[in-house]
Design a protein around this ligand. Structure first.
Ligand SMILES: Cc1cc2nc3c(=O)[nH]c(=O)nc-3n(C[C@H](O)[C@H](O)[C@H](O)COP(=O)(O)OP(=O)(O)OC[C@H]3O[C@@H](n4cnc5c(N)ncnc54)[C@H](O)[C@@H]3O)c2cc1C
Length: 377
């Protein structure tokens, strides 16, 4: 059975990137349908630590990340809710003097490129910003405008705004085939087929499979990043804290729980859409947390989880038009740090689809970089 209403764009994947693209397109007047295999936020977007970080970004991402940060500062005007975003800063700590040159070199390179969002601070300022941190810590790099949001609140806000703008979200609609249909694309699901001239591929860990359906053979790895959440404790810290040379991202939620990650990897079973915690590995994050914050040593862990997403060879996402198939636009491979980019990537996709071009800097994010490299092999 085919969809009755005409559609301009089919968005495959109801994570935050699919919702953001759908929202921006609908506000630009496009008729948009989202097809989500499970339910909105089922995978990476619902599992995210939701750090909103410009700090220590890859140089190729800095321009769009800074624009995304402006959008986060204004997120209530964009999606009608504050999304639990607090700009309490993100901090990269040097535990020992031998780690300080890492921070100095990073600062020198971003400043040489003309950026001023990162700042090197000494122990005194670090202790002022994070009084609970162990006094053995020496210095830190800080991005004061950074922070963290609430992933579920963010999902609800993007969903509500997209639907208010006219987006139709179909949950339980897994895409099984994508084929040419004249100058349009026919997208098949178990229930119905959908036809439209443009497609956004925002299928997260499975986006490589959607890309292959339209002829883009993009090599992708997968991540199964792990998280810990503890029982509630009294107010302990405001900035999100990470540390040079160890796997740690440490923050306190609005509810008082400590949310601990740092990119440690569990196991992803992409075919079964399941991922599994590796407790021995995850213990490294718990160890780093108690070394940096000795007072949390007796706090109880309440839950652990993993979330899957696609990873590229250079850890940069793929954002832009398909190099081989006209009318198909990719947004995937965020490699563990796509939450912060959500508002801007949706705007970029709308630029590309509605205007055929964008002034935002995405040259280094093209799928071409992998197809070319393959051709050269
Ligand atoms: C544990 C964890 C912590 C993280 N922490 C941070 C952080 O602190 N800061 C940060 O910036 N980023 C972070 N990230 C990364 C960030 O969450 C992701 O980059 C972002 O959520 C990706 O969103 P997405 O919409 O691309 O993918 P997803 O949310 O995974 O959405 C893709 C959707 O596509 C659907 N789909 C797949 N195949 C099909 C199909 N065939 N048909 C229909 N639908 C399909 C899936 O069901 C899924 O819902 C973290 C990720 C994880 C897992």
């Amino acid at each position: 059975m085919m969809s009755a209403e005409p559609i301009d764009t089919i968005v495959i994947g109801g994570g935050l990137h699919g919702l953001s693209a759908a929202l921006h397109l609908a506000r630009a007047g496009r008729r948009v349908v989202v097809l989500e295999r499970s339910w909105v936020g089922r995978h990476a977007s619902g599992a995210s630590a939701a750090g909103v970080r410009t700090l220590n970004r890859h140089p190729a991402e800095i321009p769009i990340s800074l624009e995304a940060m402006d959008m986060w500062s204004n997120i209530e005007a964009i999606v009608g809710d504050h999304c639990g975003f607090h700009a309490n800063g993100q901090i990269l700590v040097a535990e020992h003097p031998r780690h300080v040159p890492v921070l100095e070199q990073r600062l020198a390179s971003t400043q040489a490129a003309g950026y001023r969002h990162e700042e090197l601070i000494d122990r005194a300022e670090l202790l002022r910003l994070v009084p609970a941190i162990s006094p053995h810590c020496t210095a830190a790099l800080v991005a004061r405008q950074d922070g963290a949001a609430d992933p579920h609140r963010t999902l609800q806000a993007f969903r509500r705004s997209a639907e208010a703008a006219g987006v139709v979200i179909n949950e339980g609609f897994g895409v099984t085939a994508v084929e040419r249909c004249g100058s349009d694309w026919r997208v098949s699901t178990g229930q119905r087929d959908f036809v439209a001239p443009t497609i956004v591929n925002a299928a997260g860990a499975w986006a490589g499979r959607i890309a292959a359906m339209i002829g883009d053979d993009i090599p992708l790895g997968h991540k199964a990043s792990m998280m810990i959440v503890t029982e509630r404790v009294a107010p302990l810290l405001k900035p999100v804290t990470s540390v040079v040379g160890r796997p740690l991202s440490f923050k306190q939620s609005d509810q008082g729980t400590l949310v601990i990650g740092g990119g440690l990897q569990g196991r992803a079973d992409i075919d079964r859409q399941k991922s599994f915690v590796n407790f021995a590995e995850l213990a490294k994050a718990a160890r780093a947390a108690t070394d940096l914050f000795p007072s949390v040593g007796t706090v109880r862990i309440v839950r652990t989880w993993t979330g899957m997403e696609a990873k590229t060879d250079d850890y940069l996402p793929i954002v832009g038009a398909s190099p081989v198939a006209s009318g198909v636009f990719h947004a995937f491979g965020f490699s563990g740090h796509g939450f912060q980019l959500v508002p801007v990537v949706g705007a970029i996709l709308a630029d590309l689809i509605v205007h055929g071009a964008t002034t935002r800097s995405i040259e280094r994010l093209s799928a071409d970089r992998f197809l070319r490299r393959r051709a050269a092999e």
